[in-house]
Design a binder for this molecule. Structure first.
Ligand SMILES: Cc1ncc(COP(=O)(O)O)c(C=O)c1O
Length: 425
């Protein structure tokens, strides 16, 4: 039986699970903006399958690299009665102190007055759009983009403007032109500058500088969402927004431990203008009072153990191996039927079907591939307007090279079957 992800079509907000509010009066109008995420829904969809599936869909770290035993020990050592009561909304003082200490002297030093601990990166994005976006405001997003981020902007009523990316990230010339064409100025520019989700590309330094100039011209905030920046395994580092324009009130940085430690911890932070701190605290108090306290203590313990840099080194070398292995499998099983990006870090390869295969829609391919035992995220789910029917996102990080080869072989079989079915209607 073929299985689909609800809402995969390019309508009304492709990549997002459509409005569920019909017939549910007296819901607020904003409920229609709560469009959900195909990426997150894929977790439940895959969990419901009984056959073997190679999972390239979720952007999850390799299970083998999550230091579960150490976390258990740290939980035993660090947890006391103080771990199970309400904590400070801005974050546990010990965690903030450890974060400040471990980032001192790095390219991105965290300063106490700029940081609020969040429940993962997603809460950082929610806070950013909550503070900056009124219904009807224009928000620029990359195309393709992380649709959980663009979906959060939509939840606050944003009008989205998609700006194409190439191998150097968002095309800032097109950004300027497309914004000019709207005759409006954006409230926010949402960017994932390093090893972008979903394309894997990195925004060049020249473009970062230009984006900062444009943001100042328009008075737009740059929502700098960078979960993967510490996972560079090749190439040269590119200076971050905060290095290029220190203490810039128009830069709002969202960070998370999800990709470098574990997503289930739900611990991240935002780094923003200190004048925003009380507003951020007020907004967060209306959301969850505080981030999970026991997990903050585990993260603090991990940082204080002194092992973070060695852990990151281990991740970089493992993910490089996995990226190379996936590209190698793609070359062997798919050859020139596809073109992929070549990320220098992070989790994702962006794959575009070539030649006759480009007639196959990635949604059609998704269904057949799922039946064959391999899952990915179709391109249309990664563009609010449903572009990229000929492309899809593969996460190389979660799967061992041996399993990856099995998955890519299944994908090639699925592509043959989809081709035999003919072009999607
Ligand atoms: C670009 C980007 N931003 C934010 C997030 C959300 O991070 P978290 O799991 O910490 O909420 C992710 C996770 O996939 C991501 O890829």
């Amino acid at each position: 039986m073929l299985t689909t992800i609800e809402g995969l079509g390019p309508k009304p907000t492709a990549g997002l699970v459509g409005p569920a509010s019909e017939g549910l009066q007296p819901l607020a109008r904003r409920a229609d903006g709560l469009v959900g995420s195909v990426i997150d829904s894929s977790t439940s969809l895959l969990a419901a399958q009984e056959h073997d599936i190679v999972r390239f869909a979720m952007g999850a770290p390799a299970p083998e690299v999550i230091p579960v035993e150490l976390f258990k020990q740290l939980a035993t050592q660090a947890h006391d009665e103080g771990s199970y009561t309400y904590g400070a909304t801005e974050g546990e003082p010990g965690l903030i102190e450890a974060l400040v200490a471990v980032t001192a002297g790095t390219d991105e030093p965290v300063r106490e007055e700029r940081v609020v601990i969040t429940s993962g990166g997603m809460q950082g994005l929610d806070l950013a759009f909550k503070l900056y976006v009124d219904p009807g405001d224009l928000v620029v997003v990359e195309s393709p983009t992380y649709t959980n981020g663009s979906g959060t902007a939509l939840a606050y009523g944003a009008d989205l403007l998609e700006v194409p990316c190439d191998d150097d990230g968002m095309d800032v010339e097109q950004l300027e032109r497309l914004v000019d064409e709207t005759g409006r100025t954006p409230k926010a520019i949402y960017t994932i500058p390093n090893f972008q989700n979903p394309s894997g590309v990195t925004l060049s330094e020249e473009r970062r500088v230009r984006m900062i100039e444009l943001a100042h011209r328009w008075g737009s905030v740059i929502v700098d969402d960078d979960p993967y920046g510490l996972l560079r395994f090749a190439g040269q580092p590119v200076r971050g927004f905060n290095q290029l324009s220190p203490d810039d009130p128009l830069i709002f940085s969202v960070r998370t431990f999800s990709k470098i430690l574990a997503p289930g911890l739900r611990v991240g932070w935002v780094d923003a203008d200190p004048r925003l701190r009380q507003l951020l605290i007020n907004a967060k108090q209306a959301m969850d009072t505080c981030t999970n306290v026991p997990n903050q203590h585990v993260v603090e313990g991990f940082i204080r153990s002194g092992g973070l840099e060695a852990h990151l080194e281990g991740l970089r070398s493992e993910y490089r191996k996995r990226k190379d292995a996936m590209q190698d499998s793609i070359r062997r099983h798919l050859g020139d039927r596809v073109r992929t990006t070549d990320p220098e870090g992070g989790f994702f390869l962006w794959v575009t079907l070539q030649g006759e295969d480009a007639q196959v829609s990635s949604q059609q391919l998704f269904e057949i591939a799922l039946a064959e035992g391999v899952a990915f995220i179709p391109g249309t789910a990664l563009s609010p307007s449903g572009q990229f029917a000929d492309a899809f996102r593969l996460c190389f990080a979660s799967t061992s090279p041996e399993r990856t080869d099995v998955g890519i072989e299944r994908l090639a079989r699925a592509l043959d079957r989809a081709r035999a079915q003919g072009p999607a209607v």
